[in-house]
Ligand binder design. Sequence first.
Ligand code: SAM
Length: 221
Amino acid sequence: MISGVSEAMSRKGNSSGRWLNRQKRDRYVRQAQQEGNVSRAHYKLEQLDERFRLVRRQDQILELGAAPGGWTRYLGERAAAGRVVAVDPLPVVGGANVTVITGWFGEPEVDAEIEALAPAGSVDLVLSDMAPNLSGIRSADQARSIHLADLALQAARHWLKPGGRLVVKLFQGEGTDGWVREARTVFASVKVAKPDASRAESREVYAVCIGRIAEIAGGGV
Ligand SMILES: C[S@@+](CC[C@H](N)C(=O)[O-])C[C@H]1O[C@@H](n2cnc3c(N)ncnc32)[C@H](O)[C@@H]1O
């Protein structure tokens, strides 16, 4: 799979030439090609993992927005004694301990497939690199990206064990602060980080949420 292919598919017309030139100059694109990694996104997760110690050998992992599979391969190798359930409507490069679900997270059939593989409260780590196809209308794109982050927080509430971890892509803008406030009611620690491999000109950041707070019977989150 060509690195960054899903990003390529969301760009059209005149911007595609500029985008191809930038891809050629990009140090992480070259590194992904040289090291045989699926996408440059691999390095964003590697850098977050080095800083926050996110992925453990035995982890049960749910990954949302996995295509083309840069994170998926990294997760499969790091959690060698665990399992990764990876969800995306587009093709994902998997691995020995990876199960790919092809579909849109949030659709009832996809939720049911995840539940059959990973029952509620059984997951150590949820990650979402989900991103909408950009329309170019900033307010609409921002609303859609916050909606995807909300879906990821719902997934964490349902599937994570107490103490579990969540990583979510956010685009800085309207709704981001509210999302972080909400996540702080669910996790002991929420930090917002921008790995070096995330392009400086992009509003993309990652929320790293550690220590899923156990629900209190009859109340809580
Ligand atoms: C930036 S790419 C992910 C890159 C990936 N982390 C990697 O390392 O290769 C974003 C992905 O989110 C997916 N996506 C967007 N909405 C989704 C949804 N509701 N359910 C599952 N995947 C979704 C898109 O299809 C796209 O492949």
